[in-house]
Design a protein around this ligand. Structure first.
Ligand SMILES: Cc1cc2nc3c(=O)[nH]c(=O)nc-3n(C[C@H](O)[C@H](O)[C@H](O)COP(=O)(O)OP(=O)(O)OC[C@H]3O[C@@H](n4cnc5c(N)ncnc54)[C@H](O)[C@@H]3O)c2cc1C
Length: 408
């Protein structure tokens, strides 16, 4: 029996595993001669892009609902080692005392990314984040407990540090979330600040930048550009220029870096720690190893590097899954080429903003863009949850979807 091992079941890994199962099914290989095994730290597929929302109830999809019906074996456990020389993985399965070794014939590395944590004093101890489901849960529990704190200047003040996509999305949600928690009396004390060291908030957002500023103003979010974080304490932050802000809630959104396990693969990586892959998602220079999603750097249209996003992670996964089977069986592989790029950013109760192209020109805003965002967050990026084998397999076909509808 040959074994394909997929590390991670986020947007890239889940679709790699389903894509591999789909290709095997298409080839009529249902005799178990090729096994697909997926390994993930938890027993759910996390819709990570929704971690800025207050209600996380819909953001976990049980792996058993998606992988069991299609015959993909999955292991809940932590990957601790990748040895490409011996073609084996070290895993500490949930509940196991020692790591065990799992051999592979072909490997797909889809371990995603992590929030960058620079050595800023107090950051690790006091700042919250929305990078993971667990982080988002911790933040929500903290916000709900604020009324129990003794009244203080910053009890209902939240500072979001880092005004990239994630920072903007959580900042836009917070006035309403905090207002609801603070209640009648406390509502007036609610303050949300979005800080960034750049000269403009949402600086890299092209045509969406002025829309973000307008939305933040309408939502009552204070913008704080040119602000460099010096330290974080339990009750506030201090900036490099000496400004101090009282805040019971500090949320760090300082960017993402590829999973450090990519360092165990002895090849060059890009500045974000990502493995260089070709158009077939093969890691360059390591036979038998594929990568997809946030830990892979592909030239997505032949020229531009892929972006750490589920927009790219999902198709990278579908193609990696397809191609890993083809590689194993000596069949022709399919190159991934995506000739469009969009950004659809949630702006909380104000709406959303939709841009097209790498220069991000504005195509829709407000309610129209919000309808698109709801379709993306609620339908487009989910695997079928019907437990119907054929539907799940069909969803992993190696094709590039059309862009989401503009202002649906
Ligand atoms: C708040 C927020 C909003 C976002 N909004 C958008 C958006 O609007 N549009 C967009 O395109 N992208 C967005 N992103 C980015 C997007 O979520 C990521 O790019 C995407 O999740 C990457 O997919 P992935 O499969 O590579 O990694 P992940 O989704 O992170 O999956 C990696 C998987 O690997 C598992 N794993 C990691 N380490 C180990 C280990 N050692 N052992 C076992 N398992 C392990 C993890 O548990 C996880 O299941 C957002 C991200 C955040 C945090």
């Amino acid at each position: 029996m040959a074994r394909i091992v997929v590390l991670g079941t986020g947007f890239a890994g889940l679709w790699s595993a389903i894509g591999a199962a789909r290709k095997l099914d298409e080839l009529g290989m249902r005799d178990g001669s090729v096994e697909v095994v997926a390994i993930n730290a938890r027993k759910h597929h996390s819709i990570r892009v929704r971690n800025y929302e207050a209600d996380l109830g819909e953001t976990l999809v049980p792996l058993s609902d998606v992988l069991d019906p299609i015959g993909v074996r999955w292991i809940e456990g932590a990957v601790s080692g990748i040895d490409v020389a011996s073609r084996s993985i070290a895993i500490r399965a949930q509940g196991a005392v020692r790591p065990q070794s799992l051999a592979y014939d072909r490997l797909v590395v889809a371990l995603g990314s992590r929030l960058v944590h620079p050595p800023i004093p107090g950051l690790a101890e006091h700042a919250f984040d929305v990078d993971t489901y667990e982080g988002a849960l911790r933040l929500e529990a903290h916000l709900r407990a604020l009324p129990l704190l003794a009244p203080s200047a910053g009890r209902y003040t939240a500072v979001v540090v880092g005004a990239g996509l994630t920072g903007v999305e959580i900042a836009a949600e917070l006035p309403a979330r905090l207002g609801g928690i603070a209640g009648e009396g406390g509502g007036r004390a609610v303050r949300v600040i979005l800080a960034d060291r750049n000269a403009k908030i949402g600086q890299a957002m092209g045509g969406a930048q002025p829309v973000i500023e307008r939305a933040m103003n309408a939502l009552g979010v204070d913008l704080m550009p040119n602000a460099s974080l010096k330290s974080v304490e339990a009750n506030g932050i201090e900036c490099v220029d000496g400004e101090r802000i009282d805040a019971a809630t500090v949320i760090w959104c300082g960017g993402m870096r590829a999973n450090p396990l990519t360092e165990q693969i002895p090849v060059e990586r890009d500045a974000a720690g990502r493995l260089f892959v070709d158009a077939f998602m093969r890691v360059e220079g390591v036979p038998g190893v594929f990568a997809a999603g946030d830990c892979a750097h592909a030239l997505i249209d032949g020229v531009r590097p892929s972006v750490m996003s589920c927009q790219h992670g999902r198709p990278m996964g579908r193609y990696a899954g397809h191609n890993v089977v083809c590689d194993l069986l000596g069949l022709e592989m399919l190159p991934l080429h995506i000739d469009w790029y969009t950004t659809i950013l949630d702006l909380g109760p104000w709406g959303a903003v939709y841009t097209e192209g790498w220069d991000r020109h504005l195509v829709a805003e407000g309610d129209a863009a919000k309808r698109t965002k709801r379709i993306i967050n609620g339908e487009r990026i989910y695997p079928p949850r019907t437990r119907v084998r054929e539907e799940i397999l069909a969803a992993a076909a190696p094709v590039v979807q059309a862009p989401p509808p503009r202002g649906a």
